[in-house]
Design a protein around this ligand. Structure first.
Ligand code: ADP
Ligand code: MG
Length: 641
């Protein structure tokens, strides 16, 4: 932790500081403001404080949304420190399953998904006088929907003659014109400081960009002055952890200055994330290996070399086939420039692009808004719940295609969340009360009817947190042996249930966890999540009879009640094909069923790497399929194609 006087000095040194008077005046005079300024200039940490200190919030709350939970948590932690208050009092944060605020909270950092959720309960957002939609250029699904919801809340408050709601949209880079038109707002540009960044391309394509990134980092470490830190952009946890491990090992073996390597990605525990902000000790160089979270959301001081893989992991959705796939793909030019800019914050720097200039020229100009490549079932259910019944005429900044709206509406109909005249049903309303995917909340509600609520609560909680299984490469065999005793022959969901029960049986013992190569922190979060879900269930009249354990086939059938659209069938060629979409898929190697070939499988998620993998699978009996499938799908399934 930095001393207060150092923090004060840092705050006054931020580029935004000299603009604060003008900023406060504009925020006071206008209803909507679009604020653009370089990453690191102080928007996210300072603007809410300026609003609060000038009392523009008139005693109400200031919401500042973030696309990622880590950003919400780390920034709130920093701001609480800057304001010399405890986190969770005046300044707090609210992310899924973790609300760190109290009735005194005025500055609330939250994920965009949480504000969207709150708007279902309070469509006018009455507790807030300011909503700051941060990182707007990222165009996440939830932020995009919030654009329309905030405008709607603003108009309603005006019509009701209530205190106004002000909207501030903030970003580092974006198509300011489009935002300005949509919000009918002026654009304020903050002066930034940035230095020249030299840009290098590779001579040839680098299919193994992970390897190239390590080689490049080690080369920089060998040849450049200490004090010039490195930031590597990769795509996800697995890749990042592997690179961190290798770089640490290489650095250990080498004589000379040490390379301190830190990972940075959304799912990382917050203490571990805060480590990247520590200043670099003498005779060391810092190297951060991050996902695109470091593109704009968090600013790390001292970076002078950026290594850009040119890749990002993102969702893609095909409304026609109904498939939602997570896959690694090329970034946009806008993202590439943003990544490059990370090297020029404190002095001139360099950016090593692990792709050729010709490849770069083929990148798309801008990132496609997530709303145009997502399964919309979850947000459309929320829109229905908050009373928007004509989705197609909702004021979207970029309208999703009719096809994807129709496909989402159809899913919600099959789930029973809306009726055939497209009104939300009591079931749909109940489903929208849970911070879960509609398929998951449907399974939870069915669990009540089927008498397996306790089991489904545990399974969903385990699915909502990071994996409990530790897999250390050097102790691979020991890990596998330890995990084998939890394996359930009917699939991953029941395996997760076994793990949860055993963990609970151990009394949450840390020693037991390490003996079994299980991650205690993640198991503890699963327990917290479960507690919250159980409370929510009780509030929604879902209670479990105190009966004995439910049979496993009932548990799997209950999951099917939500996931009937996610089924794969074994073909004569011994491969799996999705029942909807007909895509060829495989069981993920981490699955309990990896070596098995049941006729039918249910899965939670598809991940595209070299193959398309199903993650978290359970076997399903044909009789269960016939029983649980909604009528329209059953007809389709029974007609041979
Ligand atoms: P912006 O939103 O404009 O990108 P921020 O308000 O997030 O900028 O950050 C402003 C500055 O505050 C950063 O340049 C960084 O130096 C500092 N800062 C932000 N978060 C932390 C933190 N957790 N620890 C230390 N310094 C931080
Ligand atoms: Mg910011």
């Amino acid at each position: 932790m930095q001393p207060d006087d150092v923090i004060d000095k840092q705050r006054k040194g931020l580029p935004i500081y000299s603009a604060r008077k003008r900023l406060v005046k504009e925020l006071n005079n206008r209803t909507n403001v679009i604020l653009i300024g370089e990453t690191g200039c102080g928007k996210t940490t300072q603007v809410p404080q300026y609003i609060y200190q000038a009392q523009l919030n008139k005693g109400l709350m200031i919401a500042c949304t973030q696309p990622r939970r880590v950003a919400a948590i780390t920034i709130a932690t920093r701001v609480a420190q800057e304001m010399r208050t405890e986190l969770g009092s005046l300044t707090g944060y609210c992310v899924r399953f973790d609300d760190c605020t109290n009735p005194q909270t005025k500055i609330k950092y939250m994920t965009d998904g949480m504000l969207l959720r709150e708007s279902v309960l309070d469509p006018m957002l009455k507790r807030y006088s300011f909503v700051i939609l941060d990182e707007a250029h990222e165009r996440t699904l939830h932020t995009d929907v919030l654009f329309g919801i905030c405008k709607r809340a603003q108009a309603r408050r005006k019509a009701d003659q209530r205190p106004p709601l002000k909207i501030v949209v903030m970003s580092a880079t974006m198509d300011a014109d489009q935002f300005s038109r949509y919000f009918q707002a002026d654009v304020l540009y903050l002066e930034g400081r940035s230095f020249e960044v030299e840009c290098f391309y590779t001579g040839e394509s680098q299919p193994d960009y992970v390897y190239s990134s390590m080689v490049t980092a080690l080369q920089i470490h060998r040849t450049r002055d200490l004090g010039e830190d490195i930031l590597i952009f990769l795509t996800g946890e697995e890749e990042i952890e592997a690179v961190v491990k290798t770089l640490r090992e290489v650095s250990q073996e080498q004589a000379g200055p040490k390379l301190l390597v830190y990972p940075m990605y959304s799912k990382l525990a917050s203490e571990a994330q805060l480590r990247v902000f520590n200043s670099t000790p003498e005779k060391c160089r810092k190297c951060i290996v991050a996902t695109n979270i470091a593109e704009t959301s968090v600013t790390i001081a001292g970076i002078q070399h950026v290594i850009d893989s040119g890749m990002v992991k993102s969702k893609s959705y095909n409304a026609h086939s109904g498939l939602d796939v997570l896959k690694v793909s090329r970034i946009s030019k806008a993202q590439a420039w943003q990544r490059l800019g990370r090297a020029g914050r404190i002095s001139s720097g360099s950016c090593y692009r692990l792709y050729t200039e010709v490849e770069f020229d083929a990148f798309r100009e801008n990132t496609i808004p997530e709303i145009l490549r997502s399964n919309l079932a979850s947000v459309i259910l929320q829109l229905f719940a908050l009373g928007v019944d004509d989705i197609k005429s909702f004021d979207f900044m970029d309208k999703p295609t009719n096809e994807s709206v129709e496909s989402a509406v159809q899913t919600l109909e099959l789930l029973g969340a809306i009726d055939d005249s497209q009104n939300i049903t009591p079931l749909g309303r109940k489903m929208s009360a849970f911070p879960l995917d509609p398929r998951m909340s449907k399974a939870l509600i069915s669990a009540h009817t089927n008498g397996c609520l306790e089991e489904i609560l545990s399974i969903i909680s385990m699915l909502s947190v990071d994996t409990a299984f530790i897999s250390t490469r050097s102790k691979q065999q020991e890990c596998q042996d330890a995990h084998r005793k939890f394996l359930h022959s009917e699939g991953d969901h029941l395996t997760l249930l076994n793990v949860y029960r055993s963990y609970k049986g151990s009394g949450g013992s840390k020693e037991w966890c390490s003996r079994n190569f299980l991650n205690q922190r993640n198991l503890k979060s699963a327990m917290d999540v479960r507690k919250q879900l159980k409370e929510l269930s009780a509030q929604n009249d879902l209670v479990s009879p105190c009966s004995s354990a439910a049979p496993t086939n009932v548990i799997r059938k209950t999951l099917l009640a939500g996931y009937f659209q996610s089924i794969a069938e074994l073909q004569v060629n011994n491969q799996y094909k999705l029942v909807i979409g007909s895509k060829t898929v495989s069981i993920h190697p981490s699955s309990a069923l990896f070596q098995c070939k049941p006729q039918y499988l249910l899965y939670n998620e598809l991940v595209q790497t070299s193959k398309c993998y199903m993650r978290n699978v359970s076997m399903i009996e044909e009789t269960a399929l016939i029983e649980v499938f909604p009528e329209p799908m059953r007809r389709k399934l029974q007609t041979p194609s």
